[in-house]
Design a protein around this ligand. Structure first.
Ligand SMILES: C[S@@+](CC[C@H](N)C(=O)[O-])C[C@H]1O[C@@H](n2cnc3c(N)ncnc32)[C@H](O)[C@@H]1O
Length: 202
């Protein structure tokens, strides 16, 4: 059986995200990707960013099975086997303590998970990253409590219909949380389809 899963959005957003990652990731990064999903991003970014070691992960074992299947189908030397990481679990960061992680990438998770996942992600990242380490977030955000586009209003509604704990987050709340964990906002970059790249450094 082929466990590979497909998320069509990854084909649309991977090039714009790659452009930003190639500018902001430290050279020779050990990158931990939280919430890798299907693994299509991991395969693509690892193959394009050859100087990085890419460590994918997800909370869902169907996702980690998919990442392994993608890795088998498209071998990439600098892509590690996926880790099962749930950022809502206390001390999840202990799972990567021997990996010398200096960059963390998280794409399209914060709004499709309870707020607790954002809090857990940022708390762990604050403990993992060395000085000058990078946290890269990608997704839709509200600014000062307001949606930035009509399409984000309906997307937010559809998320909350699926799960009342999900929803498009307010960028300022995410930044405030990051600040309490000693992460400094470096850049907010507008991306296609009303998404943002949000970059923090330690
Ligand atoms: C919309 S998918 C995005 C996947 C991938 N990053 C992408 O852009 O295609 C959201 C992912 O977040 C993962 N996720 C949700 N809650 C999580 C948690 N507490 N810890 C880690 N991953 C989580 C889900 O399993 C899912 O793979």
């Amino acid at each position: 059986m082929d466990a590979r899963q497909y998320a069509p959005a990854t084909l649309r957003n991977r090039e714009p995200i790659l452009k930003i990652l190639s500018e902001v990731l430290p050279t020779n990064s050990n990158v931990l990707e939280i919430a890798s999903g299907t693994g299509e991003h991991a395969i693509f970014f690892a193959s394009e960013l050859k100087s990085c070691r890419w460590i994918p992960s997800d909370v869902n074992s169907l996702a980690t099975d998919s990442i392994v299947a993608w890795k088998n189908a498209c071998p990439v030397d600098n892509l590690e086997l996926p880790l099962l990481i749930d950022v809502t679990q206390k001390n999840w960061q202990q799972q990567v303590k021997n990996h010398a992680i200096n960059a963390i990438v998280n794409i399209n998770m914060i709004h499709i998970a309870p707020w607790q996942a954002c809090l857990g992600l940022i708390e762990g990242v604050g403990q993992i990253l060395p000085n000058d380490g990078i946290l890269y977030l990608y997704g839709p955000y509200k600014r000062d409590g307001e949606h930035t586009a009509p399409s984000n209003v309906s997307f937010d509604r559809s998320l909350r219909d699926r799960n009342p704990l999900w929803g498009v987050r307010d960028l300022e709340e995410v930044v405030e949380t990051a600040t309490t964990h000693n992460l400094k906002l470096q850049q907010v970059i507008s991306m296609p389809a009303n998404n943002l790249s949000v970059i923090f450094s330690r």
